[in-house]
Ligand binder design. Sequence first.
Ligand code: NAP
Length: 492
Amino acid sequence: MVSRVIPVDPFDLVIFGGTGDLAQRKILPGLFRRFCAGQMPHEAKIIGAARSDIDADGYRDLIRAAIAKFGGEQACGDAQLDAFLARLNYVTIDAKGEKGWADLQKLMAGKGRVEAYYFSVAPSLFGDLAERLQKWGMADSQARIVVEKPFGRDLETARTLNNTLAAFFEERQIYRIDHYLGKETVQNLMAVRFGNMLFEPLWNSQYVDHIQITVAETVGVGGRGEYYDKSGAMRDMVQNHLMQLLCLIAMEPPARFDPDAVRDEKLKVIRALDPVENHHIARGQYQAEPCNEAENPGYRTAVGDPRSRTESFIAMKIHISNWRWAGTPFYIRTGKRMSSRASEITVVFKDTPHSIFGEEAGRHRNVLSIRLQPNEGITLGVTIKEPGPGGMRLIDVPLDMTFADALGSEADDHVDAYERLIMDVIRGNQTLFMRGDEVEAAWTWTDPIIKGWEARHDVPKPYDSGSDGPTDSSEMMRRDGRSWRKGSNEDV
Ligand code: NAP
């Protein structure tokens, strides 16, 4: 199969924070891969902008090294890399002052091209950037801004940020990025649900026993300790990434695959979430790795606060109060220093109403697993007869659609979430970006949970590095006669 690459229109993309970690690790290597794939037109201009006093050549050197380090270089050869770097420019600018803005204005190509401004800086600078873009005549009706997470730390700050941006840009110009939505499998989730007759009739509480969403990391907080300790797993992962996955799995079919139709349906899911009872939450903090404490310290040591009450793990049982999902629980969990790195959604279907094979055949359930990482793909577990003589014994086998196997070289032509989303910005397609009301609705749901912990001085339970989180998490499942799945091919 040959991938179809449709070039985007000519654009000017300014990356505020163009020297930062995200720009170097994700944004620019991703743009280079799109360049190699032939998606970027020759007239495209990319302008890095930050306070560092370097010139355009210095910036190109920085990005050449970043592309070598973060994997983009394999995308195509040296000549292509030189051609890509030739499109880069740089301006020394201060988001909080007047320095550099006149230079940036001159560098912009003028009217008739897509103008995108990526705010890859701390959120505290978003308002300053928006204000100065307007002051210097760059916030015209064609301009688009891309804003990074975190989008607020509670409802009040998210609302303030929305209002600040709304003072300078219309909602159709604001692209709130959640890179989980740019993952191939996440979009495939919608294709599987709404492109097949097979699943949708079963996609409700009559047939689905429960749904699990797991986003597990093996790493700890690393060098982000100070930032992470102010947010925790709830703010860092649940309020955005896991909430988005929950919405996509639970939403009603939108009338069209267009930005507002999809986002309207996601919003309805968030608004239908019940408040979560405290005994349906398990919070944890990882402990140091035994015998390797110096390299892998415990959470509190890593963040430098021996009394920290921030969670590095959370598991919750969630109910959605609507006709489709009443009675089907959603179990979500995310954590650091877990036993394996995995992002997976699992739909566990109910038992057949009656087993004609008798008790000895055992309980068998269909399980649909949607893996976001590693090995993006979808697996459907079906029950068959165990081969051979000796009666009717049943076993579960996976019908596996690992994209790399099914699509061959096309799947190997891996498009990272960031590069896909940046191309969507250039195309003006907001479907995979969060709308302001969605973000506020998500905070409206998470705020009381977080405030409850704060009011009760709730202390997360310790859990071993390399485990599956605190025992409260497995206990929560056990009480319901269920268990967390360990991997796509395992029984529930
Ligand atoms: P970072 O490494 O600290 O980079 C910040 C960038 O902002 C630098 O280029 C810095 O360059 C520039 N900057 C700082 N103050 C400035 C000012 N007053 N005017 C103009 N530029 C200024 O941060 P990051 O990790 O790249 O993160 C950027 C944004 O992405 C943050 O909102 C973060 O939450 C979000 N994010 C990052 C990641 C990630 O993996 N890194 C993941 C998800 C979201 P100078 O110091 O030279 O000005």
